[in-house]
Write a protein that binds this ligand. Sequence first.
Ligand code: SAM
Length: 220
Amino acid sequence: MDIISPVAWQYALRYSSETDPLLQEIEQYTQQHHREAHMLSGQLQGQFLSLFSRLLRPAAILEIGTFTGYSALCLAKGLRSNGQLHTIELREAEATIARQFFDRSAYAGQLHLHQGDARSVLPELLLSWDLVFMDADKVSYIDYFNMILPSVRPGGFILADNVFFHGQVFAPTPTGKSAKAIAAFNEYIKAHQGVEVLLLPIRDGISVIQKKGDVNAEGV
Ligand SMILES: C[S@@+](CC[C@H](N)C(=O)[O-])C[C@H]1O[C@@H](n2cnc3c(N)ncnc32)[C@H](O)[C@@H]1O
């Protein structure tokens, strides 16, 4: 299902800045070598992630779902000079590919790739997050959110990808495990008293979730 008009999408691509050569290489490599290349964020969403990160200037970024490393490198563009980005990938093959691209990037020393199940890795990461990008298995979104929220600084952000789940959540009663899980996640976040949310119709839908609280209490 094309959620955004293909004409509008092409127009937006045409009048947005180009990405850098390494990102272009990752996208091309993934398209040529990975049968799930559609999972990669791509140019427009990647530019959105970079812009968001550059506005925020985070010291600590967390990503769940590295894949071939594209979105992590987009997010890294806003890191402070001493900032760190931690990203978690379940599958060894994808983690190996991402690591090779990370090693060639200007942010190599600031990127930490953890290969394993996010459910096991998350409790080991004891940082206060300025920015989180959730882009792994959709059935775990509510659990990931609840695991992460206490470690997000007040005023910090969680970006949740695929909150339209290919348009399947528009059905009155979504079927399919992931569609049901995302529909439940969207309801859960909208009702949650600890955050504000803006669901943006970018690509497959991104929810911009901000933790409430005194933004001057800690961190930035
Ligand atoms: C949609 S892709 C991520 C795309 C990437 N963020 C990008 O924009 O280029 C989702 C990734 O999450 C990984 N994943 C799935 N379940 C996971 C889990 N439990 N823990 C960590 N990673 C997981 C998958 O292996 C896959 O590479």
